[in-house]
Design a protein around this ligand. Structure first.
Ligand code: FES
Length: 247
């Protein structure tokens, strides 16, 4: 299999970036997308050229490190799939595949396809935790949680923080990410004690980081590899509504 990769190259945050075209052959349909990029990098090393910088860790769809735009879509052409789970059989022989980094003011480019997503870390630090005494694990049934509540919290907890929601939103909003992290803990009895503080601190931090307002287009839900629902955003907004109403 042979493809042309049209890849964004940028040496550092302040350099002027540009697309460069690379022809790669000897690929197989069973290769993952990242393996194809590895293959291209091996060729570049042999030619004494600078390798393409891109991020990954687990390569099994759970760490959220590997996000890039592929042919204009976050994580490529398939729904509910991370870049590392994508295979070359999803592309045509001789296709030109455009690969670019997440584009958002709050995610500045570090190099080539790597962006700085530490804004997400700071939102997490602002409240996505519970304070509890350490000790032995409590008995599982000591706090009973209705199944619907547990399911809702676990659905929100599935967010891997890849940033596709921000990259795909025309306002570069982090509302889906932030609301999922808030609702995960605020839905559960263990998160109740700090629910108010969590809601306030995490949404404030989201604004401080320079993310835009929710565009209400639901593009984030469509491109989210974990299928996180925009109902989370509605719930976050409704929590704010009640907070303001009740003073
Ligand atoms: S490398 Fe971990 S989700 Fe893709």
């Amino acid at each position: 299999m042979r493809v042309k990769f049209k890849i964004w190259r940028q040496d550092n945050p302040n350099a002027k970036g540009e697309f460069k075209l690379y022809e790669v052959d000897d690929l197989t349909e069973d290769m993952s997308f990242l393996e194809a990029l590895d293959h291209l990098n091996e060729r570049l090393v042999l030619k004494d050229e600078k390798v393409i910088a891109y991020e990954y860790d687990c390569r099994e769809g759970i760490c959220g490190q590997c996000g890039v735009f592929i042919n204009g879509r976050a994580h490529g052409p398939h729904p509910n799939m991370t870049t590392c789970q994508l295979h070359m059989r999803s592309f045509e022989d001789d296709e030109t595949i455009t690969v670019e980094p997440w584009r958002a003011t709050a995610f500045p480019i570090i190099k080539d396809l790597v962006v700085d997503r530490s804004a997400f870390d700071r939102i997490i630090q602002a409240g996505a935790f519970i304070s509890s005494k350490t000790g032995t694990a409590p008995e599982g049934n000591s706090i009973l949680i209705p199944k619907e509540t547990a399911d809702k919290a676990m659905d929100a907890a599935a967010c891997i923080g890849c940033g596709a929601c921000v990259a795909t939103c025309k306002n570069s909003s982090a509302a889906l990410f932030t609301s999922a992290k808030i609702n995960h803990l605020n839905s559960l009895p263990q998160g109740e004690a700090e629910a108010e503080k969590r809601l306030k601190n995490m949404t404030y931090q989201m604004d401080i980081e320079g993310f835009g307002n929710c565009s209400s287009t639901a593009a984030c839900e469509v491109e989210c590899p974990e299928g996180i629902s925009i109902k989370n955003i509605a719930e976050m907004n409704s929590r704010w509504f009640w907070r303001k109403l009740l003073g």
